[in-house]
Design a protein around this ligand. Sequence first.
Ligand code: HEC
Length: 111
Amino acid sequence: MQKIVYLISLMLFISSCATVKLVTPTQSHMDRIQSKYPSYTLKDIQSGKVMFEQNCKTCHALKNPAKKTEEQWKSIVPRMAKKANKKEVRIDKNEQELILKYLITMSKTNK
Ligand code: HEC
C-alpha cells in the first residue's frame, strides 16, 4: 500500500515538472515591451503564445519562457526554427518573429 502511495506521488511530481504553466501576458508586460517594440500589440503577443504552444512542443516539452534571458531566446529561436523546418513542423519568418517577441516579453530579462 505504501509503495502505491509513493508511486502515485512520484508520478504526480514528475507530471507537474513536465508541464510548464505559462504566465498570461498582462498590461505590465506590454508596457515594458512596448518601450522596445512600440508597434507590438497584445494581439501579437497572444498569437505568439499560441504559435509557441503549437510549434515548440513537437520535439520536446514546452520550455519555460521565464527561464531564459532575451539574449538566449534570440539565439535559440532561429536555431529551433531551422530544426523545425527540417522536420516539416514549418515555422515561417513571421511566426518565428512572433514567437521570439512573445518569448522576449516573458523572458527573465523582462520579468
Ligand atoms: C524539430 C524538433 C524541434 C522543434 C520543433 C523545436 N525544438 Fe527545441 N530542441 C530540439 C532539440 C533536438 C533540442 C536539444 C539539442 C539542442 O539544444 O540543440 C532542443 C532544445 C531546446 C532548448 C534548450 C536549448 C538550450 O540551449 O538550453 C530550448 C530552450 C528549446 N529547444 C526551445 C524551443 C522553442 C522555443 C521552439 C519553438 C520555436 C522549439 N524548441 C522547437 C528540437 C526541437
